[in-house]
Design a protein around this ligand. Structure first.
Ligand SMILES: Nc1nc(=O)c2c([nH]1)NC[C@@H]1CN(c3ccc(C(=O)N[C@@H](CCC(=O)O)C(=O)O)cc3)C=[N+]21
Length: 293
């Protein structure tokens, strides 16, 4: 039995359409629009591509986009000055500092300098702290983990009372994804590079979120029949039959996993498009709070 494919592109488009309609209504009611500022430091090709698609997505949703590109050798003080200017700008409701930043810049210091009310990435210590505590609500939740949850919920996959395993413990995906699943009453385990028996633990899971950054690590033999698999990985795999010489694959070995799972996200076209859709949604929510009821 082959798994049902979770169409991340289509679900992301539905989210983007909802955001666009709400932005249209906001413009009509208040004469104002949400604004997103994206700060890019350095010349990484992949980061430039992501930033470009974020700006394009903003335009399509009617969100104003602002951007500052700094050179690879920009100082931490220069980055902090850009962040401070966007903090003070009333037309900006979301600030995203593209990661990773060059090594000489203290990421924690920069992320902590973003006004937590404009922290659309959800990486500010106050938002992470609230996410990790019961009964507290962060203003923003990190885009990729929130996108994973939206994919499950909009596909009708139950979370409460289920066993969920997150593969990977990064600050940007694995850890916040585990916290979000726990907040929805799943029983959550994180497996990571020092877990001796990840396969065995994964086989218990009704929901697997793979975010370990290791190409095709999670195999069909790791999965419980009928489980839901959300693949966060994006890896370039050599493929001479493609004109670019590679194709994108996830952290899940798709073909073997699709034979066992009940639902699975493809790469590309799964979690990636959701990350951008949720960024727009977070920016809209920031603007709604800024403009008041
Ligand atoms: N502060 C910060 N926030 C981020 O949210 C952030 C970041 N830094 N640094 C880099 C990662 C990566 N990321 C992606 C966004 C969209 C796709 C995406 O749309 N992918 C498509 C297309 C893939 C392709 O063709 O290249 C897909 O998977 O179908 C992927 C990855 C956001 N990130």
């Amino acid at each position: 039995m082959a798994a049902e494919i979770i169409d991340g592109k289509a679900i992301a488009q539905a989210v983007r359409d909802e955001v666009r309609d709400k932005v249209t209504a906001m413009r009509a009611k208040t004469g104002k629009a949400p604004g997103l500022a994206v700060v890019l430091v350095g010349e990484r090709k992949d980061s430039q591509t992501y930033v470009r698609s974020k700006k394009k997505a903003c335009e399509e949703a009617g969100i104003e986009s602002f951007g500052t590109d700094l050179p690879e050798d920009a100082t931490e003080e220069e980055v902090l000055a850009v962040v401070a200017a966007y903090n003070a700008d009333p037309n900006v409701h979301g600030i995203l500092v593209q990661l990773p930043m060059p090594k000489h810049i203290n990421e924690e210091r920069v992320l902590g300098a973003i006004d937590y009310e404009k922290d659309v990435d959800g990486f500010h210590p106050l938002n992470i702290g609230r996410l990790s505590q019961r009964g507290r609500e962060p203003l923003f939740v990190p885009c990729t983990p929130r996108g994973c949850i939206e994919l499950l919920e909009r596909t009708g996959i139950p979370i409460a009372g289920k066993e969920a395993v997150v593969v990977g413990r990064s600050n940007v995906v694995g850890t916040p994804a585990a916290l979000l699943l726990q907040r929805r009453d799943a029983t959550v385990t994180i497996v990571h590079s020092r877990t001796p028996n990840p396969e065995e633990i994964c086989r218990r899971a009704d929901i697997v979120i793979a975010a370990c950054g290791q190409m095709e690590m999670v195999k069909g033999s790791w999965l419980k029949p009928g489980c839901a698999v959300i693949d966060v990985g994006i890896n370039a795999k050599d493929d001479p039959s493609k004109k670019r010489g590679y194709r994108l694959v996830g952290d899940v070995e798709y073909d073997s996993a699709a034979e066992v799972a009940g639902h699975i996200t493809p790469v590309p076209g799964g979690v990636g498009p959701m990350t951008i859709a949720i960024l727009l949604q977070n920016t809209l929510e920031g603007a709604e709070r800024a403009f008041g009821p």
